[in-house]
Ligand binder design. Sequence first.
Ligand code: AMP
Ligand code: MG
Length: 337
Amino acid sequence: MIKTQILSADSASLDKAAQLLSCGEVVAIPTETVYGLAANALDEAAVKRIFEAKGRPSDNPLIVHIAERDQLFELASEVPQTALRCAERFMPGPLTMILPKADCVPDVTSGGLDTVGIRMPSHPTARELIRRCGFALAAPSANLSGSPSPTSFRHVRADMEGRVAAMIDGGDCSVGVESTVISFEGETIRILRPGFICAEELSEIAKTVIDKGVLEQLSADAVVRSPGMKYKHYAPRADVTVVEGDAEAFRSYVSKNLDSKTMLLVFGKEDAKGLDADFVELGESAEQQAQNLFTALRTLDDMGAEKVYARCPEKSGVGLAVYNRLIRAAGFKAVKV
Ligand code: AMP
Ligand code: MG
């Protein structure tokens, strides 16, 4: 256990955080997607501390966060035209681009790959901190490996207090799901992880395909283009089943399968009408669902849920990001009703 300094997002605190990061320490920081666990991306020893604090497998690469678009050219050995167009449109924002890595990026940061994931957060605290550091920050989500990503400061404290040098309280994250991760194949954009920047928006830049691993559990011999896909993620303790169908079909299915420790993850109260079970609401819009999902998964754990039936989000737009997280939380267990 180490003593974790609790910092606010004021200027003096950011100087303190930048000083700790310059000394190779790990600091949890707010971003617009989820909280990140940051260290100097170019300092091997510092990056190793992130893996230790999270208990993250060493072949799962970290996203490198920058404050200005120009830093793309320092961290990537090549930036294709399509990537430049994406950067102009979506940086800063919740988009991570996988690019060939420059030699300055250590192998620990890239999980041994010859590529690096780069993102420019739009969160003012995150960007100002990167600016003050003068170096890019490697920052995976600030949760213990395998548990839901932290979208409020209370989640970060629960998972990381005593494991990192400091944490900055930036309130709740506005997006709530991790960044969209994309790679480039010639002119084509491939979505490796869906997020708030959705396929429909990326299609306006170039032809966009969604990797098979986004929607399905990859078989043991499948090509894994993004190591994060093969790990169990976002899992609450409860046994989750995604129920695909309209509200009426959902109620009808659940009513036949209820027991005393069953809880529901629904869009709104209507979905649980007439059912004798506790429930947590995600909201009706995909944006609300993205913002609330990880808190909802933690809440279900806190309520002692053993079994959870969840309504299935839309598989398009921002909904695809919610579906992708939820289906992993369910270990790909789904029923169509
Ligand atoms: P996290 O920062 O915890 O949200 O996880 C970052 C995820 O981004 C990883 O699990 C990978 O799936 C993906 N990622 C990061 N860097 C790369 C890369 N170089 N190639 C493919 N995927 C990557
Ligand atoms: Mg993560």
